[in-house]
Design a protein around this ligand. Structure first.
Ligand code: CP
Length: 346
């Protein structure tokens, strides 16, 4: 049995592209440290573990929580974060000459102690390209590559969710999460819900996945989620019923996601997706449906930003059983943990 300190040191240099790439024991180490860092926010012994060091953040898409929580996390570990956008660089693309990922990654990893990347929806020509890009950076970088949300996964969100659920439910083993497609006007990526499907069952949570016909997620991710459920004795159920699925669940994760038909002809057809999605107004998490949850007291979780009035009603979103702001705060603590473990001098 390794001591806690030794287990922590073993994570140095590790990429985080999805939690599914980490062992359960590694995730336990990260979550335990995240809870510890939350409890000792400005007094934790690792508070100087990034002193004089820089985390490079490369955003193809906008953000509120991710940018701010990584910047605060870097500061609270006595380092700093640098915000970069593609327009500030001269990268090679499908249509223009420029620097390759290999060259950019090799050079950036001489400057920073870690590189975060966000690439979503409209910045790719087909599903999977974002994940390929992160893995290409990881191939050439000498420092950890951290997903700050990409087309397939959102690992920091998953860790923050799990922290929030542990805070509000204690041991989550045997609890049931309804992962629910909400109609919406944003045509969202699959990253957050797919991360949830991969992470929650590893902690023994049952999954109910509910969406209208035609809104299937990545079949490989769904299959992997089923496998994780089997490994921990959890159940996995998929349904197209927008109401019955609420019965006796412990927590509802309502989120819009785009259909598998969203990309064709080398681009995302966002407006078509939005128009299609808005034809399903019954797919909203509201107080009437929440009454069907276990003892009528199910929690509500969402990664934010919320599309209120579509994904969820104001009443549920701002209600007493909504844990969304706690989870948003946990992004900070989860990321401090990941940065300390993968990049810090601890
Ligand atoms: N949940 C999340 O990633 O939020 P932002 O898009 O604001 O970063």
């Amino acid at each position: 049995m390794l001591a806690t300190e030794q287990k922590r040191k073993l994570l140095k240099g590790k990429d985080l592209i999805t939690t599914a790439d980490w062992t359960k024991e590694e995730l336990d180490v990260a979550l335990e440290l995240a809870h510890e860092m939350k409890a000792q926010r400005f007094t934790h012994p690792y508070s100087e573990c990034l002193k004089l060091k820089t985390f490079l953040m490369f955003f193809y898409n906008p953000s509120v929580r991710t940018r701010q929580s990584f910047e605060c996390a870097s500061n609270e570990l006595s380092g700093s974060a640098m915000f970069l956008e593609p327009k500030a660089m001269r990268l090679k693309t499908a249509t223009s000459a420029g620097e390759t990922v290999e060259d950019a990654a090799r050079v950036m990893s001489r400057y920073g102690v870690g590189i975060g990347l966000r690439i979503l929806e409209d910045k790719i020509a087909s599903y999977g390209e974002g994940d390929d890009l992160l893995r290409e950076y990881a191939q050439y970088s000498d420092v950890p590559i951290i997903s700050m949300a990409h087309d397939k996964y959102h690992p920091c969100q998953g860790l923050a969710d799990m922290m929030g659920m542990q805070e509000h439910m204690g041991d989550v083993k045997g609890k049931t999460c309804l992962v629910y497609w909400g109609h919406g006007a944003l045509a969202r990526s699959w990253c957050s819900v797919q991360e949830a499907l991969l992470l929650y069952p590893r902690y023994g949570m049952n999954i109910v996945l509910a969406h209208p016909e035609g809104y299937d997620l990545d079949p490989e991710v769904v299959e992997k989620s089923r496998e994780f459920c089997k490994q921990t004795g959890a159940t996995f159920t998929e349904t197209n019923d927008p109401v019955e699925c609420y019965k006796n669940v412990d927590i509802v994760y309502s989120r819009n996601w785009m259909s598998p038909q969203a990309y064709y002809g080398g681009e995302l057809h966002k407006q078509e997706e939005i128009e299609k999605s808005l034809k399903y107004p019954q797919w909203i998490c509201d107080e009437d449906k929440m009454k069907l949850t276990r003892n009528g007291k199910g929690l509500f979780i969402h990664p934010m930003p919320v599309d209120r009035g579509h994904e969820v009603s104001d009443e549920v979103c701002s209600g007493p059983r909504s844990i969304i702001v706690d989870v948003a705060e946990n992004r900070l603590h989860a990321q401090k943990s990941v940065m300390a473990l993968t990049m810090g001098d601890i």
